[in-house]
Design a protein around this ligand. Structure first.
Ligand SMILES: CC(C)(COP(=O)(O)OP(=O)(O)OC[C@H]1O[C@@H](n2cnc3c(N)ncnc32)[C@H](O)[C@@H]1OP(=O)(O)O)[C@@H](O)C(=O)NCCC(=O)NCCS
Length: 190
């Protein structure tokens, strides 16, 4: 007996591996050969295309489509109606099924509601994509980006709090008290 929950209206195709404790809600479709980690939450009306890999504790809000070529590490949050893409120059009359560009979303990253990720641009760990952003470039670890095209407006902690770096390049998360260092435009947690 499977150790996950799928609502009776969900469709799960052959060859999927679904981790213990994962929940799949109304009208969602998991296509062949997907791997979903433990304790994921797949909201309503979500489509997960063939061979997509999600780590554990990935939260997918309503109306998200995760296309072939996308991978998400653990603890990724995909906000309501955000959009991935996997073809850079689609034409209905031209078959580009062998030209899918890959997009990787790093551990702990959050993507806001209605954001669009143009394919082939990886999102770093704990990066934060603001609501409605259109991402057209790689996003660094811990970076906060907003707008269309998305530009960096700051840095975010692992708890989702803004990081304000002092002259020595040190910042403290106001929620966790953890300390971060900014050096050469890269953030690391100390
Ligand atoms: C990006 C975000 C984290 C910023 O939050 P914040 O640090 O509290 O920022 P503020 O509200 O103080 O806004 C700072 C500035 O950024 C702008 N801004 C904030 N969010 C923005 C966004 N998503 N896109 C464009 N600009 C944005 C504000 O208008 C403001 O501009 P101003 O200084 O010119 O007035 C937040 O606005 C956001 O988009 N969160 C995602 C919410 C979401 O999608 N949740 C999904 C689950 S329900």
């Amino acid at each position: 007996m499977a150790d996950f929950f799928a609502h009776e209206t969900a469709v799960i195709d052959e060859g999927c591996e679904i981790g213990k404790g994962t929940k799949i809600w109304h009208f969602s479709h998991i296509m062949p050969g997907c791997t979903l980690g433990e304790n994921c939450n797949i909201g309503q009306n979500v489509v997960i295309s063939p061979k997509v890999v999600l780590g554990k504790n990935v939260k997918v809000q309503n109306n998200v489509s995760i296309y072939e070529g996308v991978t998400c590490d653990e603890d990724v949050f995909l906000g309501p109606s955000m959009v991935f893409t996997n073809v850079i120059n689609p034409r209905s009359a031209v078959n580009r099924k062998n030209q899918y560009l890959k997009t990787h979303v790093g551990k702990g990253a959050s993507i806001g509601a209605n954001a669009t990720i143009v394919c082939g641009h990886n999102i770093g760990q704990f990066a934060f994509i603001g609501a409605g952003a259109v991402v057209t470039k790689e996003v660094a670890d811990y970076a906060l980006v907003v707008g269309n095209p998305a530009h960096q407006m700051g840095w975010m902690s692992e708890f989702g709090q803004r990081l304000e770096f002092d002259n020595d390049g040190i910042a403290k998360c106001i929620e966790s008290n953890e300390t971060y260092k900014l050096e050469n435009n890269k953030v690391v947690k100390l």
